[in-house]
Design a protein around this ligand. Structure first.
Ligand code: G6P
Length: 369
């Protein structure tokens, strides 16, 4: 068993450290030699079919759903097509408006999740084209979709998903760029700049992983609490949702992810002396707004851990402890900012003596409704 874990204590930690490789493998030959554009040969849509897309529905469960929330921002920003992201078990039963001009993207690590598969079938019945983002080549979802973008994360054993999630993000970047290239919705120069930053991500994840120990100390502080909040705006909020889920799944510490500006509309009442708040302040354009929300929780006694991009010194003054991640384009930042949160969840689970790889009541793949 130890051999399978390649010297790591748990599969989860091994899989967290495999992310640079998973990013590189998922990008692989999908970036052309000039390094300025994306080549997605596995997507068989004609340019005409791409141009006829009027809306995109992203459907998934659990962590894959959180990747889909980031996917919505990616596609809307790059391709300028409206996108809705739904949990599969909700989508199926809400009579979604699916037309032949709807592109449905299903996201599933295993490719076997019952609700996701049923949503895929419903979409096909309504005449939509279905693209699958999955980690398992011969899975049911892969077999039934029209186009399949495989995430080359390799087998994921730990129940809490890490490298599959980040590889799904990479797949969304590639697909968003592919749509933008086909639609001409972005300048070639801009596309080239995103591709070039994308290629830098694996090395930047390596930099974060090198400071692994820093997150251990942070997790030990968090592990003694029973309640905490994650706050952020925009993509930082999407990542906060995943960070909160990860922590709940394996440490059993209750947490809530909140859009930073929404706290004052209710939940601020739960912030009292010493409550830990993990604040993501990575999105440049929303930085000032997030800092003002941090001040609101600080004023009520919260103990704030801030996460920001390197070089941003303003946050240091506003929070109690700060962690920085390497700088990248705001659109690409989820692929970096989630990594410290994965390590936080891992070390918090460890500190509490839980079974990290096999959390209670959860299964790796849910093949029944
Ligand atoms: C289960 C797992 C989650 C996973 C979800 C969706 O609930 O515990 O980690 O995100 O299923 O799985 P899928 O294989 O469809 O991505």
């Amino acid at each position: 068993i130890t051999a399978e874990k390649a010297g790591f204590d748990h599969f989860m930690l091994k899989e967290i450290y495999e992310q640079p490789k998973a990013y590189r493998d998922t990008m692989g030959s999908r970036i052309d030699e000039s390094g300025t554009k994306v080549v997605l040969n596995e997507v068989k849509m004609t340019a005409e079919q791409v141009k006829s897309i009027q809306q995109v529905h992203i459907i998934a469960c659990g962590t894959a759903y959180h990747a889909g929330l980031v996917g919505k921002s990616i596609i809307e920003k790059l391709a300028r097509i409206p996108v809705e992201t739904d949990v599969a078990s909700e989508y199926r039963y809400r009579s979604p408006i699916i037309t032949p001009n709807t592109l449905v993207i299903v996201v599933s690590q295993s490719g076997e999740t019952a609700d996701t598969l049923a949503a895929l079938r419903e979409a096909k019945r309504c005449g939509a084209r279905v693209v699958a983002i999955t980690n398992v080549v011969g899975s049911s979802v892969a077999r039934e979709a029209d186009d399949v973008i495989v995430t080359w994360a390799g087998p994921e054993i730990a129940v809490a998903s890490t490298k599959a999630y980040t590889s799904q993000l990479i797949a969304f970047y590639l697909f968003g760029l592919y749509l933008a290239q086909t639609l001409g919705s972005q300048e070639a120069e801009y596309i080239a700049s995103v591709v070039s930053e994308l290629k830098e991500l694996p090395a930047k994840v390596e930099q974060i992983l090198e400071q692994g120990e820093a997150f251990k100390d942070w997790a030990e502080q968090v592990a003694s609490h029973n309640n905490l909040f994650f706050i952020g705006r925009g993509l930082d909020y999407a990542v906060a949702l995943e960070g909160s889920l990860k922590l709940k799944e394996i440490s059993y510490i209750h947490s809530e992810a909140y859009p930073a500006g929404e706290l004052k509309h209710g939940t601020l009442a739960l912030i009292e002396e010493g409550v830990p708040v993990i604040a993501l302040a990575i999105q440049d354009d929303l930085f000032e707004k997030t800092v003002s929300n941090i001040k609101e929780v600080k004023a009520r006694g919260a103990y704030v851990f801030g996460l920001h991009a390197e070089g941003e010194t303003e946050l240091v003054k506003a929070v109690d402890q700060v962690f920085s991640i390497p700088h990248t384009l705001p659109l690409l930042s989820p692929a970096l900012s989630v990594v410290p949160l994965q390590l936080l969840a891992y070390y918090a689970s460890l500190a509490r003596g839980n079974d990290v790889d096999k959390p209670r009541n959860l299964a790796k793949s849910v093949t029944v409704e």
